[in-house]
Design a protein around this ligand. Structure first.
Ligand SMILES: NC(=O)c1ccc[n+]([C@@H]2O[C@H](COP(=O)([O-])OP(=O)(O)OC[C@H]3O[C@@H](n4cnc5c(N)ncnc54)[C@H](O)[C@@H]3O)[C@@H](O)[C@H]2O)c1
Length: 250
């Protein structure tokens, strides 16, 4: 129950899907959570529900567009103002476009790279000073199996998620002297609104490519993210954690 006692977390894209699952798991383990998202209504409803369930002020929602430095500064300020500091950042916000290299427009390319790649860099840049003040921190960057292998489509998404993998490793080296750990998580097929763009049969066919032959629930990624957030992962940094039902093992 207390694996994150006295810790404050900021979760980008926390209004739904995996980010929302992580917010719940973190709060159940004693953390205070700032939920940042562009979906203001969803984020506020989730934080209201979680505060009501906890019977305490354990979370707050804030408008955070991860491509905007000013929004990140406001989100980090909210962590410090509402809960006294920042210990954990989950760079979870992401968008997907399945187009290949030939069909991708310049605008589509820029949109994906801005959210999935630049957003992760900006988050780390602006959160790290707050963690340095606390003397430690844990940053978890959500990449994808598509950050490790190719698929023939999703060109900008692959490029952005591959970048997150190496940005994570160089951040781990840069921030190790500050006792800030930085790791990446690489989900396979996870049942969230992101994959609603696929018809059920299409999604099932993709999930069947993994030895476990199913899509995962958001919590199944959240449990790994939770571990990396806790002090149980005190010697884990610069690592990449696959949560893919064996997708990339074959
Ligand atoms: N679902 C999958 O199969 C899958 C697989 C591998 C990796 N991922 C990654 O997992 C992460 C979470 O995705 P999910 O599956 O929960 O999908 P989701 O679409 O349910 O959640 C993504 C969240 O990010 C938010 N977001 C989008 N653009 C934003 C921006 N500019 N600023 C702030 N928030 C923004 C969305 O509003 C949404 O709440 C993403 O980084 C995604 O790329 C997902």
């Amino acid at each position: 129950m207390d694996r994150l006692k006295n810790k404050v977390a900021l979760i980008s894209g926390g209004a739904r899907g995996q980010g929302a699952a992580e917010a719940k798991l973190f709060i159940n383990e004693g953390a205070k959570v700032v939920i940042g998202d562009v979906l203001d209504g969803d984020a506020r409803k989730l934080s209201d529900d979680l505060n009501r369930a906890a019977g305490a002020h354990v979370t707050v929602a804030i408008h955070l567009d991860v491509t905007r430095a000013a929004d990140w500064r406001a989100a980090v300020d909210a962590c410090e103002r509402e809960f006294g500091g920042l210990d954990i950042l989950v760079n979870n916000a992401g968008i997907l476009n399945t187009k290949g290299i030939a069909e991708t427009s310049e605008e589509e390319w820029d949109a994906i790279i801005n959210v999935n790649q630049k957003g992760v860099w900006l988050g780390m840049k602006i959160a790290a000073p707050a963690m340095k003040k606390r003397g430690s921190g844990s940053i978890i960057n959500i990449s994808s199996i598509y950050g490790l292998i190719g698929s023939g489509g999703s060109a900008a998404y692959h490029a952005s998620k591959g970048a997150v993998r190496l940005l994570t490793k160089t951040a781990a080296v840069e921030f190790a002297p500050n006792n800030i750990r930085v790791n990446s998580v690489h989900p396979g097929v996870i049942k969230t609104p992101m994959v609603d763009i696929f018809a059920d049969a299409e999604l099932d066919a993709i999930a069947q490519l993994a030895p476990m032959k199913r899509a995962a629930r958001p919590e199944e990624v959240g449990w790994v993210v939770l571990f990396l957030a806790t002090d149980e992962a005190s010697f884990v940094t610069g690592a990449e954690y696959l949560v893919d039902g064996g997708y990339t093992a074959v």
